[in-house]
Unconditional design. Structure first.
Lengths: 113, 415, 478
């Protein structure tokens, strides 16, 4: 039996997962999915910034378009650290197509005209 | 003459202006002191915003962008880089900006949405030297996320408010070493999910019932001393731990920024440090409304948007149909509750039900939220867990207030 | 060869420089730090004392009363925030009432105008927040409050405008007697000069020893303070003292010219540059202040700080000629800020006695004005923003300080190089959020105007860098 707190939404459900991956204490199905993933293959969305030239500020916020394996967070940060954008940048614009072989894109999270 | 002037173009002001437009106002002005709309969301680059409002998980800038796009479809006028210096009780708004100049605009209604500021070292009185390297978490967030500068490399965080937790992860990702997060209360002030994904994910220890008792270092922070505290939050001698660090981040609370509100003569609530508001976010000064963190500090921007929408709709109703009518009942804290918003409800002005936001004053396990008028119970709501760090929200059908005069109390009963 | 080298640019060195700059002289002021007014000058009670404390007949008594009158005129001429709000010394017992009578007598001998003893009731009528336990109070109408760092800045700027050289970041390492005059060894090379003035504050004993036989030690006394939000700024309207003791003038509660309430200090012996506050010291200040004014709301605290006073254990300043052509302005403890203008004058007198030839300048520029946007009436604000849009951009929300004011202070004769330097000149960051919002903007403005990297911007002294390194390994400017 393992106890964990759901991080899918701010509600923060306190959940229990048994050896057969049966989940209790979750308010919604997303919690169950999170609990199973967390025990088998935990993932996280990475948010950070990349260098940008020609904008009002020197950094543009970005995020992974989907969660990436938790153990790859720092590899993803390294990859993000190698990118330089130039303005203008639109929200949702792809910054890296497939970051670190995860199949997940890194996208811009702010309009930088 | 504007129908509505909204002071502040952060999430509260944006939602309020959009709602007022949708409710029929056509002469609306948003005044924003920063160079762009979006307010503090622009530096909150982490995700977790919008799950309630947009049913998807967005970063702060994305959440702001959604509202900025909605606003762009309206005819709302926006003046950025413009600071409001004064709002008078007769609704004259003094403002100044490089492009705006110094101007006084008149309005039929005003929505105050200035947000909040962070408590500082001086407010909590940490003894020691005064070197560089002590920052509020929000200032550090701006340096890292907007300016692209890391303020330090070895970090201790005092306070487990959400911004502090978020910055623990953020600075770790950018290569700093976060040594500890220290919280004076026996429970965290932030959302549980942030404890998990910002501290536990990176093995950052959280010291509950501890505080920083000394800052050392002449030019730059060199060490901070952390001590355990007793039930009265007094440091216990002999429990000192010394951390070698160059940075101390403070995440020790947010205070609504109500200087304009007070100058306008609005009645204030010492519990929220915001205005006393009615069910529609109207203040004691006719035509003046407040919403968002200037009214009470929220944990989730989604609730700011909902509250601000109510304020925008109400301001439109005020301008187009005149003042709201009816006697009001007062909402009071019962045991376990530290404040309620709204503080007053006019049943005549509520269609079906009204929302009550509140915070509890300690951690509760399985409990019931009981709303009552003197001895008469009006309704009760079940919760598995209640914590001061997480704002609660209940919806009370207005018909329950029939025949009620005087005060209505919200209280917590552990079961 | 220069005529006079002044060592130290706190309010004493600056006052001496300004008084000397009235004459045709070649003056160099050397200051160890990157700005003026950064030692004892910036961390004290910000009071101009009436002059009833010093023992009659002392230099201190004379310079205090003279300085108090001069400061009033100088503040008016040089646009330094000043308010003559008067002061009260409270007595809580018959024994303390006797002390008040003694102070009154001293004050009369020292030539302090308008002193009277009020009954407890009279004192409370004047100052309703006073404790019911107050038995009587000595009322001194000529006491005033001032911005101490702006007073020093005004003196230093006036000196520089009138030809004095200010060499910052310059530490004096030794003094060498030459056939005529002195060779001043500094971290930035030697300076040859006819005369030397020692205004080195808590280090004035060390500088004295470079030129003359050891004759005194500075035994610094550290005082800790609370600064409270403007919401508490009118808790009292006059300076409220308790009865003085051997340890100093005691804990006071006073308004400040910036609209806040200042409470403190305690008095603890400390190392020369130990400016740390302590839990014990702050507790003492709180508890003691509540005896005078029980209603002070310390939850409205916005800042704690500590300052060191250059005590010597004697009851007078140590001012005089210590070696040929070498003048000490040392041991300047309280009331040093008040006495500063008179000490400056007296320094000139002493140098003249040593043979310094004094010829008044034909044109002595004795004017200073700065824009305080917040205090301007609407019409002037309008005109100002129209003329220069930078005055329309508010950088510090709490104190309503505009970018125009910050840019203007960067063009003054003694421009700031740090965030706190900007704060001392225009009040940005002095308010309730303590720079939480405006510090990043001030860093940005300083970096842009000084044409240096944000990473090189310091909070105050050299070495107090605010930012450690750029994220993403740097690169990419706006």
């Amino acid at each position: 039996m393992r106890e964990l707190i759901c991080i899918v939404c701010p509600r923060g459900c306190h959940m229990r997962v048994d050896g057969d991956l049966n989940v209790t204490g979750n308010f919604c199905p997303r919690g169950e999915a999170y609990a199973k993933a967390e025990l088998t293959h935990p993932t996280r969305v990475v948010t950070s910034t990349v260098r940008i030239t020609g904008a009002a500020y020197p950094r543009c916020p970005v995020k992974t378009a989907a969660p990436v394996p938790k153990e790859k967070i720092f590899d993803v940060m390294d990859a993000i650290g190698r990118v330089t954008l130039s303005a203008p940048v639109r929200v949702g614009q792809t910054v890296i197509e497939d970051v670190c072989g995860t199949g997940v894109a890194v996208v811009a999270a702010r309009e930088m005209p | 003459m504007y129908e509505l002037i909204v002071v502040g173009g952060g999430p509260a002001g944006l939602a309020a202006a959009c709602a007022a437009w949708d409710s029929g106002l056509r002469h609306i002005l948003i005044v924003e002191r920063d160079r762009e709309l979006g307010g503090i969301l622009n530096q909150c680059i982490h995700n977790g915003f919008g799950l309630t409002w947009f049913k998807e998980e967005l970063t702060g800038p994305e959440y702001a962008h959604r509202f900025i796009e909605l606003l762009a479809r309206t005819g709302v006028e926006v003046r950025t880089d413009t600071m409001v210096l004064d709002v008078t009780a007769d609704l004259r708004v003094h403002m100044t900006g490089p492009a705006t100049g110094y101007r006084i605009e008149r309005a039929k209604s005003v929505i105050l949405a200035m947000g909040c500021r962070e408590r500082t070292r001086g407010a909590i009185g940490i003894p020691g030297t005064r070197p560089a390297g002590v920052y509020t978490a929000g200032a550090a967030q701006r340096y890292v996320n907007v300016e692209g500068w890391l303020p330090g490399r070895r970090v201790v965080i005092l306070g487990s408010g959400d911004i502090g937790l978020i910055m623990a992860r953020r600075m770790t990702l950018e290569g700093a070493k976060v040594l500890a997060c220290v919280e004076v209360m026996p429970y965290s002030g932030g959302l549980t999910r942030n404890i998990v994904q910002c501290l536990q994910d990176f093995d950052i220890p959280l010291y509950l019932s501890h505080t920083v008792t000394q800052i050392r270092g002449r030019d730059r922070v060199e060490q901070v001393v952390v001590s355990r505290v007793d039930e009265k939050r007094a440091p216990i001698p002999g429990t000192e731990m010394v951390f070698d660090c160059d940075t101390l981040l403070l995440s020790v609370g947010l205070i609504p920024e109500n200087e304009l509100t007070e100058r306008a003569g609005v009645e204030m609530d010492p519990r929220t440090k915001g205005a006393v508001v009615y069910e529609n976010m109207e203040t004691s000064v006719p035509g003046v409304f407040t919403c968002g963190n200037v009214t009470h500090v929220h944990d989730l921007v989604d609730f700011v948007s909902a509250e601000s929408q109510r304020a925008g709709t109400a301001a439109a109703k005020y301008v187009l149909h005149g003042p709201a009518a009816g006697e009001s009942v007062s909402l009071k804290n019962g045991p376990g509750v530290s404040y309620t918003v709204p503080q007053r409800v006019r049943p005549q002005n509520v269609e079906k039900a009204f929302n009550v936001f509140f915070r509890v004053n300690r951690i509760f396990g399985k409990s019931e939220i009981v709303v009552r008028a003197r001895e008469r119970e009006l309704c009760r709501f079940k919760r598995d867990r209640l914590a001061p760090g997480e704002m609660e929200n209940i919806t009370v059908p207005v018909k329950l207030l029939e025949g009620v005069t005087g005060d209505v109390t919200v209280e917590i009963r552990e079961v | 060869m220069t005529d006079v080298v002044i060592i130290g640019c706190g309010v004493i060195g600056a006052a001496a420089a300004m008084e000397l700059s009235r004459y045709d002289l070649d003056i160099t002021v050397v200051e160890r730090e990157n700005d003026v007014a950064v030692g004892t000058t910036k961390a004290n009670s910000a009071i101009l004392h009436a002059g009833y404390d010093p023992r009659p007949g002392t230099l201190m008594a004379r310079l205090n009363v003279r300085g108090s009158a001069l400061a009033r005129d100088y503040c008016a001429a040089l646009d330094v925030p000043y308010r003559q709000c008067g002061s009260m010394v409270l007595a809580f017992s018959e024994r303390e009432l006797a002390t008040l009578r003694e102070l009154l007598e001293r004050g009369v001998k020292n030539g302090v105008p308008g002193l009277t003893i009020l009954s407890g009731g009279e004192a409370r009528t004047r100052e309703p927040a006073l404790s019911d336990a107050v038995l009587a109070a000595l009322w001194a109408p000529t006491a005033a409050i001032v911005s101490p760092w702006e007073l020093c800045l005004a003196f230093a700027e006036t000196a520089v405008k009138n030809g004095a050289r200010l060499r910052l970041n310059t530490t004096v390492t030794g003094l060498e007697r030459m056939e005529e005059g002195w060779r001043v060894h500094t971290s930035a090379g030697d300076i040859e000069t006819r005369y030397v003035v020692n205004a080195a504050g808590v280090d004035s004993d060390a500088v004295h020893d470079m030129a003359a036989p050891h004759s005194f030690d500075i035994k610094p006394s550290r005082g800790e303070y609370y600064l409270l939000d403007k919401a508490e700024g009118t808790r009292v309207n006059t300076v409220v003292f308790q009865c003085p003791s051997e340890r100093g003038k005691g804990v006071l509660v006073s308004p400040t010219v910036h609209g806040n309430l200042i409470v403190g200090p305690n008095a603890e012996s400390a190392e020369k540059h130990d400016l740390a506050t302590t839990a014990r010291g702050l507790d003492f200040v709180r508890e003691t202040a509540k005896l005078s004014v029980p209603s002070v709301d310390f939850s409205k605290s916005i800042r704690n700080f500590a300052g060191v006073r250059a005590n010597t254990g004697r009851d007078d300043f140590l001012i005089g000629v210590a070696a040929p052509g070498f003048v000490d302005l040392a041991g300047i403890c309280s009331p040093g800020l008040t006495s500063a203008p008179a000490i400056g004058e007296y320094a000139v007198e002493l140098l003249a006695g040593e043979g310094l030839a004094l010829k008044k300048k034909e044109h002595f520029d004795f004017q200073r004005r700065r824009v305080r946007f917040k205090e301007l009436p609407e019409a002037e604000r309008q005109a100002l923003v129209e003329r220069d849009p930078a005055y329309g951009r508010v950088i510090c929300r709490c104190e309503t300080v505009t970018e125009g004011e910050i840019l203007a202070c960067l063009r003054t004769p003694v421009p700031p190089v740090s965030v706190d330097g900007v704060k001392r000149r225009v009040n940005a960051g002095m308010g309730r959020c303590q720079g939480g919002f405006c510090a990043p903007r001030v860093v940005e403005i300083l970096a842009r105007e000084l044409k240096i990297s944000p990473g090189d911007i310091v909070k105050d002294r050299a070495g107090m860098n605010i930012l450690a390194e750029e994220t993403k390994g740097g690169g990419s400017r706006v």
